[in-house]
Each structure stands twice: as C-alpha cells, then as structure tokens.
Design a protein around this ligand. Sequence first.
Ligand code: UDP
Length: 340
Amino acid sequence: MKNILITGGAGFIGSHTAVELIEAGYGVIVADNLSNADTTCLEGVEKITGQKVPFYQIDCCKKEDLRKIFTENRIDGAIHFAAFKAVGESVEKPLMYYHNNLLSFITLLEVMVENNGGAVVFSSSATVYGQPDSLPVTEDTPRKPAESPYGNTKQICEDILMDAVKAHPCLKGVILRYFNPIGAHPSALIGELPRGVPNNLVPFITQTAARLREELRIFGNDYSTSDGTALRDYIDIVDLAAAHVSALERMTGHNPDGSCEVFNIGTGKPISVMELVEKFTEVNRVPVRYKITGRREGDVEAVWADTSRANKVLRWKASRSVEQTLANAWAWEKKLRGIN
Ligand code: UDP
C-alpha cells in the first residue's frame, strides 16, 4: 500500500481527498495545525471509511515536526493543502501569508528530499489566471500578475515545485489548479466549515438558507454576462478530490519525462452567481434572501476551465451535476444546524 501525507488534511478539500484516497486503497496520514479547522471532518473521514487516520497536529513550517512524521511512517507522496486562503486577509497580513504558505511548502519539499523524495501534488487555484484574455482557460493560458498576496503565494509555490522537480530527480510533481470547489460528501459527514462570516458564495448561501445570515449580497449585476452577474466554474468537492487520486497515479508510472505537469480541475461549464442561487432554491425548495450590491474588489468577471488535458492525460472528468452538489451542500448545512 502507498502512504500519502496530506498536509491541511483536516480542512474542506483535504478531508474529502483523504476519503477518496482511502477508498482507492492508499494509506493516509494527516498533518494539520488546526488553525482553520477542527477535528470534526477527520472524525467524519473515519466514519465514512471505517478506518483510523493517523493524525499529527503540527505546523508544517517546523522542520523537526515534519521530520517526525517521516521517521514514524514510510511516506510515498504528499498532497499539500496546508495554507492560508483568505484573499482579503492576505492583503492586510501579507507577511503572515508569505511566511506560512511559502515556508510550509518549502519545508515539506526539503524533508521529502531528505527522505528519498516521492510524488507531490500542489493545490493551486484558478486565481493564477486572473481575468484571462480568452475563455475557457487552458493550462497554457498565461498567468496574470497576482492581485493579492494569497494569489502570489499560489504562483510562487507553483514555481518552487517546478524548480524542485527539475533539480531533484527523486521528486515528482503535479500542480492542480482548482476552479470553485463546492458541495459536501453525500453522507453529510464532512463538508465546509468556514470560521466566522463565509467569504465564499456557497457557504454564504447555505448559511442564509439556514437563517444564520439575514441575506446574501450578490456582488455586482453589471458584468458583461447574460444576467449581469459573474461567471465561475463550480466543481463538486468529491469530483475534485478524485482528481488527486488520478494525479498520484499519473506520477507513479505513466508520466514519461518526469516533468511537473499542470492540470485545470473544473467542469468546463460556466454558471452565473444568479443562476447558482436560483438552482439552490429550486433543488432544495428553500428560500435564499438576497440583494444586489456593488462589485467586490478583486473579483474577475468570468473564468472557467478547459479541462481537456485532465480528461485526456489524467483520465479524470467531473461527473456530478451542480444540482446534486447543491443538494449535498444543503444536507451538510442542515445536519450541522440540526435542521430537519
Ligand atoms: N459572491 C457573491 N456573494 C458572496 C460571495 C461571493 O456574490 O457573498 C460571488 C463573487 O463575487 C464571485 C462568485 O460569487 O463572483 C464566487 O465567489 P467565491 O468567493 O465563492 O469564489 P472566487 O471565485 O472569488 O474564488
């Protein structure tokens, strides 16, 4: 069995990825400092899979703490999620973002090189494309200068992995650029747990439907889109998690030249903010109060993925419908809040 270290494995994407990996026959070890997560989702992972997941509450910036994991376990690869992710906060606290997001990744790679290397998946984001000149975006669409320190850390970490894989033949790398991950596991045992007021659209919708928030603000309806609201590519979290299994498989054999490859992970289908809110209401038969406000600073008008490379090379494709995904998101929120 191959053992994979998941840094940031207690979070939203990390916990869903842990489930997919375990179900595909991998051993999973989770490292997380719980700065933006608690153990709820880890418990959920264990319930879903019926397996105990070794968990280390450590800060990945601390080399000694990471080394301990490699001493106590044989690690064949790592998926790196451990990072701060709030765009606005990164503008206010750039040094904290650069310190944490860069140092944790560099430290992980250093410790891997000390331990005979292995496969590395870096979790990047469509944010690296900014507002692209043409749509949909392929992996060869040029990256735009980052609009925030957060976005910049994603670009820099991509470059770090590319350079490290070139210099250290013991390392293999895949970069996954996620579009907008949403939803929850169909069991409703794991899902998104934002701390405080959610920044992202779907948790804000589910919390408004659950009456934790008075109303959703739709940031702008004056974009050049069919209904004026912004277009995004919303990808089911379980589909997205499954892409990590494909990425690991790609590195354990099929990539002929050993280069660090990049893949878009999305559905390829744009949906507007308004359409998403309407679909949520329709599928779940629950009202969501909203009002239109001004645009949010830093938002792009439209971005969606060309996923041909992932479809072909990783043999991976998003398969769940947005309706199913929105139903799962609501089931998770209801369970959290004790709503019937
Ligand atoms: N959005 C919104 N209201 C909210 C949160 C988000 O209208 O409370 C919009 C946002 O302006 C963007 C889309 O929803 O057009 C997706 O935003 P999100 O923060 O989820 O992801 P992003 O694409 O910014 O990474």
